[in-house]
Ligand binder design. Structure first.
Ligand code: SF4
Length: 376
């Protein structure tokens, strides 16, 4: 199914100094466990070595990978190269918190081969940062981006969040303007979503505040898209924008086009052929499996051709490129164009999709309702 595609490697660093109030990812604040985690991670690499073709991306995510020292990050990359084949032009990304970034750290990680940095800025509005429980200030975010350029990063991504309660469009556009002042190669703009068990989710359920309704969310989405496209960015996925094709995230693309990927570390997911598996979420369980000589896999699922097809449709309709109908037909034995002819014609007439040069692609309005579109 995906044997031809080049796989990517994801490494989950499950530590954060403090938890952000909206966060639902797995991470621990017990930083003293970092050395044990690294030992476990290196053992996991040995257990799964040579199971994938050469990787052309490594994504060190989390959690907060920038909490590790340059030496620890270097050791990770040394072990990656020892256990796996890595193509020479691999995209190697690190996620970072602005509070951890100074010139010396950035120069060191650039030297060990990390060539892309994704900085969790989230907002240039101090009040919004406080509400989200971020541990960095606006000033730290500004100097982190500046220092990243100075250290030689030519591929900088900024993560931003919109739809914070009481925020309206203008302050959000201000955040975008401040981001654009640095000409970042990549921007991820996420709408704030609150899972019920997070501190903000609990406060919301208790009626302390409300989040923007559907209409305002749509306005945020469309204004963001128009604003960034006017500034020369490609809106290439629901939440992602790149300053030209070559700056789209090569790694994230793999999740959207069913390329294989290997995930290492607690809670990391992997995908190959028609199998998906994921690791134990808790660091303790992850380490005890590994230390007992077992893979730390919590569960594996085998996807049927129908599940793969629905997933492929869901994922590709979140991208500007969309679905290449001929490939889709060959891969999933399903002629989408013929089977859904009338519905597609209606969606095209209503301006949600376009069918051109063999591609079925969402329009900008279509991207705003991508999840519903995928139900065709
Ligand atoms: S830094 Fe990221 S992973 Fe850590 S608590 Fe905040 S949002 Fe979650």
């Amino acid at each position: 199914m995906n044997l031809e595609k080049t796989p990517g490697l994801y490494i989950h660093i499950p530590f954060c100094l403090s938890k952000c109030s909206y966060c639902d990812f797995y991470s621990s604040t017990s930083i003293s466990a970092v050395p044990d985690f690294l030992n476990g991670l290196f053992k996991e690499m040995e257990m799964v070595r040579n199971r994938f073709n050469p990787f052309d991306t490594v994504y060190i995510g989390g959690g907060t990978p920038s909490l590790l020292s340059p030496k620890q990050l270097e050791n990770i990359l040394i072990k990656v190269r020892k256990n796996f084949d890595l193509l020479s032009d691999a995209e190697i990304t690190i996620e970072a918190n602005p509070a951890d970034l100074n010139l010396s750290f950035l120069e060191s990680i650039r030297e060990i081969g990390i060539n892309r940095i994704n900085i969790g800025v989230q907002s240039f509005d101090e009040e919004a940062l406080g509400f989200l429980g971020r541990r960095h200030s606006v000033k730290q975010a500004l100097s982190a981006i500046e220092a990243s350029r100075k250290a030689g990063f030519h591929n900088i991504g900024l993560d931003l969040i919109y739809g914070v309660p009481a925020q309206n469009i203008e302050p959000w556009l201000d955040t975008l303007r401040q981001a654009l002042a640095f000409s970042p190669e990549h921007l991820s703009c996420y709408q704030l979503t609150l899972e019920p068990k997070t501190p903000l989710g609990i406060r919301r359920q208790a009626g302390e505040f409300s989040v923007p309704g559907e209409e305002l969310q749509y306005e945020f989405f469309m204004k963001t898209s128009e604003f960034l496209e006017e500034a020369g960015y490609i809106h290439y996925e629901v939440s992602n924008f790149a300053r030209g094709e070559k700056h789209t995230s090569r790694h994230n693309q793999k999740y959207w086009d069913h390329s294989p990927y290997l995930g290492l570390g607690p809670s990391a997911h992997s995908f190959q052929s028609n199998q998906r598996w994921w690791n134990h979420r808790s660091l303790d369980q992850y380490l005890s499996s590994i230390n007992a000589g077992n893979l730390p896999v919590q569960e594996t699922e085998t996807l049927t051709i129908k599940q793969l097809r629905l997933e492929a449709l869901y994922l590709s309709l979140r991208t500007k490129k969309g679905v290449y109908l001929e490939d889709f037909k060959n891969q999933y034995a399903y002629d989408l164009f013929t089977e859904k002819k009338e519905l597609l014609a209606k969606l095209e007439e209503e301006g949600f999709i376009s069918i051109r040069n063999g591609f079925l692609s969402p329009t900008q309005t279509g991207l705003a309702i991508a999840d519903s579109l995928s139900l065709i």
